[in-house]
Write a protein that binds this ligand. Structure first.
Ligand code: SAM
Length: 270
């Protein structure tokens, strides 16, 4: 049985602070070449998955969206044209190196309405009910406390707002499982060749194995208060998009606990 005081870091169990530090180290090391590796490892399919997730947001011009664990800005770049100049995209991530790559890319592409916020998902510096939608692409797996992060997202969404989680999942067919396992076994060598770092990609493979499957993640979203939770498998379940909605009164921290939370107009940015 695992120690309840520890959390998974790949196949290891570590203290929560240690996981945050180790995950930070992974993304510090890969930030510069993160996008190249994504294209190689996914054979480009992550781009299609991200487009599908953005389609499923149902966002309209003028709305506000939180791109949590936004990293190097792929999702923000897709979301910005959907909400348009009157809308607002907040790219939030714990890692300044990843965000710096994203900031340069988004600036170069002219997406002026993207704001940046360095923060842990487990403690969002926003007041309740600020966002029409939140997306997390390939981020949830890395969070130190997934339940707390989901509660925070629920809190900052407006009633009726949607959460979209795009994440690696569990392939359903046994043949696909073994073919995918064989392909994944190449990733650490690819990481060594392209980034000079195999260990980060060993962590990636292990973290995918540890991550809850489709049905378990659906229950996690329901436990965090999301309604109408559904998921769609991508490439036979190699990845999945989960979607849930916030209904009714705002959940999460109470007014008294909220103390330092800020509205979007004064959010902490880097
Ligand atoms: N969303 C981007 C994409 O799809 O390309 C980046 C995904 S990258 C695999 C995961 C991101 O999660 C990293 O940028 C990392 O810094 C961020 N992250 C990890 N733990 C986090 C946490 N507790 N709170 C916020 N961001 C976190």
């Amino acid at each position: 049985m695992s120690d309840p005081e520890t959390v998974d870091f790949g196949h290891r169990r570590v203290a929560p602070d240690e996981k945050t530090r180790l995950v930070g180290g992974v993304f510090d090391r890969v930030a510069e070449r993160y996008d190249v590796m994504n294209d190689l490892m996914s054979l480009g399919t992550h781009r299609l998955f991200k487009r599908m997730a953005v389609e499923m947001t149902g966002l309209r011009p003028g709305q506000r969206v939180l791109d949590l664990a936004g990293g190097t800005g792929d999702m923000a770049a897709l979301l910005a044209p959907v909400v348009g100049p009157s809308g607002n995209v907040v790219l939030a991530d714990i890692n300044p190196q990843m965000m710096e790559v994203g900031r340069q890319r988004l600036l170069d592409a002219g997406h002026a309405q993207v704001a940046f916020c360095q923060t842990a998902a487990e403690s969002l510096p926003f007041a309740d009910a600020q966002f029409d939608c939140a997306v997390i692409a390939f981020g949830l797996r890395n969070f130190t406390d997934k339940h707390r992060a989901l509660g925070e997202i629920h809190r900052v969404l407006k009633p009726g707002g949607a959460l979209l989680v795009l994440e690696f999942s569990k392939p359903e067919h046994p043949l696909l499982q073994s073919a995918y396992g064989a392909f994944q076994s190449l990733w650490p060598s690819m990481g060594r060749a392209v980034v000079g770092d195999a260990a980060s990609y060993e962590y990636l493979v292990e973290s995918i194995a540890q991550h809850p499957g489709q049905k378990a993640l659906k229950v996690m979203l329901q436990d965090a208060g999301f309604d109408a939770v559904e998921y769609h498998n991508l490439l036979g379940g190699i990845a999945a998009i989960h979607r849930g909605c916030k209904r009714g009164v705002t959940r999460g921290v109470t007014r008294g606990e909220r103390g330092g939370k800020q509205s979007l107009d004064t959010e902490r940015t880097t």
